[in-house]
Design a binder for this molecule. Structure first.
Ligand code: ADP
Ligand code: ZN
Length: 209
């Protein structure tokens, strides 16, 4: 079973992917995480993508597609994958379509207000990468490992709007692409929803596959 999680930055794709990994044994693949790993290690790829990722610009298709296609060739992906943050352009969707059967695309539909609120309060653990809603939970250490929390450069207000605009410009044609294949399921999220509320809707759909 291969699933795509689609939605603007901050819509909770990462949390949904975590729940789905736990309940259905799928492998979570986030292109953002793959890039951040390479940047942390300062590999040639990491150096190439750093200026994009740190300012919330998208990495060019040819680089992103190569990274993702390499990753899904790894043996662990045979059990099925959850793609988080890919595809973000129609080109990426078409490249993926040639090599992997997608069973379902879950699109989490959020308002701009939700994105601004959630991303602005989002902090990540330097040690284990877990994301926390630190500003609301009033914590300053990772709840999982005690690591230091930091705000990603691209989560600063000036970059959030740019990512959101980019997303809106591209996402319509991606959704159309999967709607035509009858693979699309849209979840309408609300500001007051917790990740568990949203996941209840998502789990239902996946369990029926
Ligand atoms: P978010 O979901 O908050 O936007 P991600 O962790 O998914 O963050 O991605 C972080 C950054 O990695 C993006 O802003 C972009 O620079 C790069 N990136 C991730 N996925 C893609 C993609 N599919 N296409 C182009 N760039 C990507
Ligand atoms: Zn941690």
């Amino acid at each position: 079973m291969n699933i795509i999680l689609n939605g603007a930055s901050g819509c909770g794709k990462g949390s949904m992917a975590g729940f789905l990994t736990r309940d259905f044994g799928l492998v979570h693949i986030s292109t953002g995480d793959l890039f951040r790993e390479q940047i942390a290690k300062q590999t040639p790829l990491g150096k190439k993508v750093e200026s994009y990722v740190s300012t919330g610009k998208w990495v060019p298709d040819e680089v992103t597609i190569e990274v993702l296609l390499d990753r899904i060739k790894q043996p662990d992906c045979a059990k099925g994958v959850i793609l988080d943050g890919f595809p973000r352009t129609l080109n990426q969707a078409i490249a993926l379509d040639k090599v992997l059967d997608i069973d379902l695309v879950i699109a989490i539909d959020v308002t701009d207000e939700i994105v601004q609120t959630r991303l602005g309060g989002r902090y990540m653990c330097r040690q284990c990468g877990t994301i926390h809603a630190a500003r609301w939970d009033k914590i300053d250490k990772c709840k999982k490992c005690g690591g230091e929390l930091y705000q990603r450069d691209d989560d600063k207000a000036e970059f959030i709007q740019k990512r959101l605009e980019n997303f809106k410009k591209n996402n319509g044609e991606i959704l159309d692409f999967y709607r035509e294949k009858d693979k699309l399921f849209i979840v309408h999220d609300k500001l007051e929803n917790t990740p568990a509320d949203t996941y209840a809707l998502v789990k239902d759909v996946v369990a029926k596959l």
